[in-house]
Design a protein. Structure first.
Length: 162
């Protein structure tokens, strides 16, 4: 083995799994948003797992987008009967977290809403999280000035068996 081979292998060993959890629901622009996010995730370096959680049932359109994305994914369903749609994303994120814990996935979790635009730089910076959680300032324009919003990312290690 050459030195360059050793460096490549070492970098692959230290790369943490990025787990991107996306809540979604059936609506007219769903395919557009999911495809846009899929193209961004496709550019991120492996290992990356995209967990997409739909309400009530898996739509064929979403399943097709995920299959064609060439991104490692899990397609889950949140079967809660909700009357308040504000709670929908909370329950969908909990389904993703439950899946991560059940399957003892070890990595950095990012909750990516499908209708938001993500930069590939975000995923590269997430790889530098050392432990616990990370926060990035994220500028959002308001009427009067800039507001700093924190983006919360959590490194998740299963507590089962500790």
């Amino acid at each position: 083995m050459t030195n360059s081979t050793l460096l490549v292998d070492k970098n692959q060993e230290t790369r943490k799994l990025l787990i991107v959890a996306t809540p979604t629901y059936t609506r007219p622009l769903q395919a557009y948003y999911l495809n846009r996010l899929a193209y961004t995730l496709k550019l991120a370096k492996a290992p990356l797992l995209w967990i997409v959680v739909e309400m009530n049932l898996q739509s064929e359109e979403t399943a097709d987008i995920l299959r064609r994305s060439s991104v490692m994914y899990r397609h889950l369903v949140c079967k809660r009967n909700l009357t308040d749609i504000k709670d929908r994303q909370v329950h969908q994120r909990n389904v993703a977290l439950s899946h991560i814990e059940t399957h003892r996935l070890d990595g950095i979790i990012y909750f990516a809403n499908e209708d938001n635009v993500c930069s590939i730089d975000l995923f590269q910076q997430m790889r530098h999280i050392s432990s616990g959680h990370g926060l990035w300032p994220n500028k959002h324009r308001t009427k009067a000035d800039f507001v700093w919003k924190a983006l919360f990312v959590m490194e998740f290690k299963s507590l089962v068996g500790i």
